[in-house]
Design a protein around this ligand. Structure first.
Ligand code: FMN
Length: 188
């Protein structure tokens, strides 16, 4: 995928990329997309996040096995083919501190981490990198925490494979604006 410099075009060009070229991603590039994540908003600017950047192949394969198991349909054997966490050169696991108080505006689990995920993914796309937001692994949280050494009090919000896409991707397709936008109040 080509880099994207026009910000409004960037939103249209973001796709879920699950297949990657066999090409490493430089650490300086990773630092750029991680820096973008850190500029995201969070409740009261608490920045309750950590980002585990997994480059190690054995660790990615272990995460892939958990993801594949979690993603398999009930009653179906998980695929034995290497999945996207194994094929991507990098897997980013954004983590969020479990809030002490829930139900307080801005402190809902997820609300303070997914903006950072989106910043990261858009920055990656701007550079021509592909990512996919995935959450299926969360039903295997215990196993994933053990693999990554995540301490108590933290949760993984997502598993984001990141790499150079295997091919070009067209723009994303979403429904029309007028079907989902209400002006001033909800209307049919
Ligand atoms: C909350 C959430 C969870 C997702 N979980 C997964 C997942 O577990 N596995 C996966 O392959 N894609 C996952 N996705 C990616 C979506 O399938 C993808 O964003 C959607 O199909 C749109 O794709 P497109 O942007 O290429 O059009 C998830 C996306 C979101 C927002």
């Amino acid at each position: 995928m080509n880099p994207v410099t026009d910000v409004m075009d960037l939103f249209r060009r973001q796709r879920a990329v699950r297949d990657f070229a066999d090409r490493p991603v430089e650490e300086a590039t990773l630092r750029q997309v991680l820096q973008a994540a850190l500029h995201a908003p969070s409740g009261s600017n608490t920045q309750p996040w950590r980002f585990i950047v997994v480059r190690d192949e054995a660790t990615r394969k272990a995460l892939d096995a958990e993801y594949t198991t979690a993603h398999a349909r009930p009653g179906e054997a998980p695929s034995t083919e290497p999945g996207m966490m194994a094929k991507a050169p990098v897997v980013i696991v954004p983590c969020i501190r479990v809030p002490e108080r829930t139900g307080v505006a801005g402190f809902q689990t997820g609300a303070s981490i997914y903006p950072a995920c989106q910043n990261l993914m858009l920055a990656a796309r701007a550079l021509g990198l592909g990512t996919a937001l995935t959450t299926s692994h969360r039903i295997r949280a215990e196993q994933v925490h053990a693999i990554l050494g995540i301490p108590a009090g933290w949760e993984t919000a997502a598993m984001i494979p990141l790499g150079w896409p295997d091919r070009a991707y067209g723009p994303n397709h979403r429904g029309p604006l007028d079907e989902v936008v209400h002006w001033d109040r909800w209307s049919e």
